[in-house]
Design a protein around this ligand. Structure first.
Ligand code: GDP
Length: 431
């Protein structure tokens, strides 16, 4: 397979970073196609933990070229902070990173607008990370955004920044009661970063199309999850980009028909950060226990994640939308000690039981999950390397997911480390 896309099929934080790191072995390019530094992939290599925000996960595999596509919104301050942090830890980023000239920039007013908009919404807030992602995408759609290429041309950047600030400062003052941002200091900060940016900038689509023609292996990494996709997710409690594999084409300039395979990642249970519907949420002590066992705190913000049981409807929907060819199930080790292990197999709404994910949020708000229970296991499984060495209950659970989702599960992850992966032959029930 020369072009593979990896996507989360839940609400993000499925452990994509870890699986991508495993799959990135032997891959030539790892490409981010959407999101910004609101994402956070955690990769554990040799006991060392790396949290990546903007830099693609292939950076931890020497020899891999890492590309930030045009669908990503780039905060240059955060990008260089991340690069410097990685370089200090001995990861060589400078030679292996490329940034699309077409990627849009996150500028300081986007962060202020993000915080202001959340305050304005009050109880209806979305629970954004406050990093300016949504306002940067809004400017992109409104055709008022500044792009990486603009940053490289001092005069053009000055003109566009001045025009943007004239409008944004009015909005900041009159709608949100915020002080204006100074053109001079903003310009100087970003003009200095522009010089550092020059060696990374490229036409990412051209680079990737050429690489594909030459038979190089490309891995596209999604950030967040399909249930947070701007169109497919639980709108408006979503992120502002296309997290599904359909985001690859627009977000990189790579032809959609050249993607050979879509790999989905699902956690063995569900988590969600921020507000919004979460039918299989597990409130109370059990939810807290799941959070503690799974260390379910945001990789970027440290926010506690909401935890719940596996949601079959949401995962099946996301798998169908993406046309997932195979699935990796992560965090199976975290379920040790839970008995029963539950799976939401339907939603009860009024007098009806829904068996597919509803399009209308109103249905979700009023529904209660219908659970199917599975026997739990007590054994510690983090050192298990073969599927048939897992407790029978864990195997039954994975086999059930495979059959119910209709997709092969050849990879089961039992810990955060690179080596804590079980490869198995998918069962007959899978497609
Ligand atoms: P991503 O954004 O999808 O890459 O997910 P995050 O990195 O935000 O969160 C996943 C967390 O789970 C990270 O802390 C990983 O190190 C960790 N993780 C990944 N796979 C496993 C696993 O199989 N078991 C356990 N216990 N942790 C895992």
């Amino acid at each position: 397979m020369s072009a593979v896309c990896v996507v989360g099929v839940q609400w993000g934080d499925e452990g994509k970073g870890k699986v991508i790191d495993v799959l990135a072995k032997g891959v030539d390019f790892v490409v981010r196609y959407q999101g910004g530094n609101n994402a956070g992939h955690t990769v554990v290599v040799g006991g060392e933990t790396f949290v990546l925000h903007l830099v693609p996960s292939g950076v931890l595999r020497p020899g891999t070229v890492n590309v930030i596509g045009n669908g990503v919104v780039v905060d240059p301050v955060q990008l260089f902070r991340e690069i410097d942090g990685l370089e200090r830890r001995g990861v060589r980023v400078a030679e292996c990173l490329r940034v699309s000239a077409r990627a849009h920039l996150i500028l300081p007013y986007h962060r202020t607008l993000d915080a202001g908009a959340e305050r304005w919404k009050g109880a209806g807030r979305i629970g954004t990370t406050g990093r300016g992602i949504g306002p940067a995408y809004a400017d992109k759609a409104a055709r008022t955004g500044l792009r990486v290429a603009d940053l490289l041309d001092r005069e053009r950047f000055a003109t566009r920044l001045r025009a943007a600030l004239a409008e944004k400062n009015e909005v900041l003052a009159k709608v949100y009661g915020e002080p204006p941002l100074s053109f001079e200091s903003t310009f100087e900060t970003y003009a200095a970063l522009a010089e550092r940016m020059v060696p990374f900038v490229c036409d990412a689509g051209d680079l990737l199309r050429r690489a594909h023609r030459e038979g190089r292996k490309i891995l596209f990494e999604g950030a967040q999850g399909t249930m947070l996709d701007l169109d497919a997710g639980t709108y408006p409690y979503v992120t502002s980009s296309s997290t599904g594999c359909w985001g690859v084409a627009g977000g990189t300039g790579f032809p959609p028909r050249r993607i050979d395979e879509v790999v989905g990642i699902a956690k063995a249970y569900c988590t969600r950060v921020g507000e919004g519907p979460f039918p299989s949420e597990l409130p109370g002590d059990l939810g807290d226990l799941l959070r503690e066992r799974g260390k379910e705190y945001g990789a970027t913000t440290g926010r506690p994640r909401r935890c719940g049981w596996f949601d079959l409807l949401a995962a099946r929907y996301a798998i169908e939308l993406n046309g997932v060819d195979r699935l990796a199930v992560t965090n199976v080790d975290v379920l040790s000690g839970f008995d029963p292990i539950r799976v939401a197999v339907g939603y009860r709404c009024g007098g009806r039981v829904l068996e597919s994910f509803p399009a209308d949020r109103a249905d979700l708000d009023g529904c209660a999950p219908v659970f199917r229970d599975f026997r739990g296991f007590r054994e510690e499984i983090t050192a298990v390397t073969a599927f048939d060495r897992l407790p029978q209950e864990a195997r039954t659970y994975v086999e059930f997911l495979e059959g119910a989702l209709g997709v092969p599960i050849p990879v089961v992850s039992v810990g955060p480390g690179r080596e804590q992966v079980i490869r198995r032959d998918p069962g007959k029930g899978a497609r």
